[in-house]
Design a protein around this ligand. Structure first.
Ligand SMILES: Nc1nc2c(ncn2[C@@H]2O[C@H](COP(=O)(O)OP(=O)(O)O)[C@@H](O)[C@H]2O)c(=O)[nH]1
Ligand SMILES: [Mg+2]
Length: 256
């Protein structure tokens, strides 16, 4: 059994945090869980502390304020590396991702030596439930655009439900990965693919959140479009992603 750390980033998920943690614990009882909360004003951090007090396999990382999904995950990854976990999971707190898929996703990491398994909406068998037509079109089109620009073989580059082999995350940190929202996911998957990592897609049904609010807005979509276009053009002219956003301080890299 791979030692697994499931990272759950939260910002204002007070109504969602208890049910998602219960579902994760039931689906993968051996895994450890790390909630990364950005000082949510609605008290998500306090509820998380209660959950951690009642369950030694649940921990909370409190950050001083909202500074983006990417930064929250990078801090969680650093802990997973430090503490020697074999696999790391990314999952939303709002119930959009079904933890019951995790045993299958982790089995692909373990048995097929995948570096990254993406819970994918846009492969055969994948789906999105309760999205209006427009949101579906934006995700579909955005993913097709990113796949073409980056010459990637991945169909759901923006997906936020993932299992990584921890070793695939070595060397990635804030100095290397500089995106915030959806683009963070695109950047990470693409870097692993370009580095020669094995990436697989596992079909999932994504269910839009029932309570609470999405934190992703037009700014985050724009960030993704602009950066993907920039990386695509740069790579067409022969620049590898490592050079696209060069590490400012190599000594600060994860695992260095
Ligand atoms: N720690 C932290 N979590 C965040 C931040 N922004 C979003 N999240 C969490 O990331 C997950 C996905 O965000 P969500 O708003 O549902 O994105 P959407 O599903 O694309 O609309 C949820 O668990 C959020 O609570 C942030 O700045 N910091
Ligand atoms: Mg969501």
């Amino acid at each position: 059994m791979m030692r697994t750390l499931v990272i759950v980033p939260t910002y204002n998920e007070a109504e969602n945090i208890r049910p998602i943690i219960a579902r994760i614990r039931a689906a993968v009882p051996e895994a450890h869980v790390l909630i990364v909360d950005d000082n949510s004003p609605d008290g998500t951090g306090l509820i998380s502390d209660d959950l951690a007090a009642a369950d030694s396999q649940v921990k909370v990382l409190h950050r001083p304020g909202k500074s983006g999904l990417g930064a929250a995950y990078l801090q969680g990854f650093a802990r997973a590396i430090e503490q020697g976990y074999d696999a790391v999971v990314e999952i939303d707190a709002d119930g959009s991702h079904d933890p019951a898929e995790l045993p299958a996703m982790l089995a692909i990491v373990g048995n097929e030596s995948a570096d990254l398994v993406i819970g994918s909406r846009w492969v055969a068998g994948g789906s999105v439930i309760n999205w209006p037509w427009a949101r579906r079109a934006i995700s579909r089109t955005g993913n097709r655009y990113a796949r073409a620009m980056l010459r990637s073989s991945i169909h759901d580059l923006t997906a936020g439900f993932r299992a990584y082999r921890t070793s695939a995350l070595l060397g990635l940190d804030r100095a290397v990965v500089s995106s915030q929202g959806y683009c963070f996911q695109v950047e990470l998957a693409w870097r692993i693919e370009v580095a020669g990592g094995v990436v697989r897609e596992h079909p999932i049904a994504f269910v839009e959140r029932a309570t609470g609010q999405s934190k992703m807005g037009a700014g985050i979509v724009a960030e993704a479009l602009i950066r993907v276009t920039g990386w695509g053009l740069a790579s067409w002219f022969g620049r590898a992603p490592a050079q696209v956003s060069r590490a400012a301080d190599p000594s600060s890299e994860l695992g260095a």
